[in-house]
Design a protein around this ligand. Structure first.
Ligand SMILES: N[C@@H](CCC(=O)N[C@@H](CS)C(=O)NCC(=O)O)C(=O)O
Length: 109
């Protein structure tokens, strides 16, 4: 028979439900079609389990360079990555955050 009461409740708390779509961070990446650094950033994020990335293709929507410059304080290279609206920077910045152990918390890992 299943035990009821606080001890059982505590055990149940330890079981984490799978992340729902709403718990997933919103990752945006300003990129262009031919961009090795964009590809590297995508691969790093994929290794962490994140393949749902909103890609803003600046080669297809050049008007959005202005938006990017405003959001990134003037950056002019791609990729530029945002996690839940927070500007992370380019691939180098993403890798550095990862090496410092600061990327996982931003991704909710
Ligand atoms: N350090 C940057 C380098 C990014 C970079 O050089 N990206 C290229 C495309 S793959 C670019 O934007 N080149 C245009 C330029 O340098 O003006 C990063 O890691 O993101």
């Amino acid at each position: 028979m299943e035990k009821r009461g606080p001890a059982n409740a505590r055990r149940q708390e330890k079981i984490s439900p799978p992340l729902s779509e709403n718990d997933m961070p919103h990752i945006e990446m300003y990129c262009t079609s031919v961009c090795p650094y964009c590809r590297s950033a995508e691969m790093l994020l994929a290794r962490k389990g994140f393949t749902e990335i909103e890609k803003i293709r600046l080669d297809l929507e050049p008007k959005r360079w202005e938006e990017l410059e405003t959001r990134s304080e003037g950056r002019r290279t791609v990729p530029q990555i945002f996690i839940d609206g927070v500007h992370v920077g380019g691939f180098d910045d993403l890798s550095e955050l990862n090496a410092e152990g600061k990327l996982d918390p931003m991704l909710g890992l």
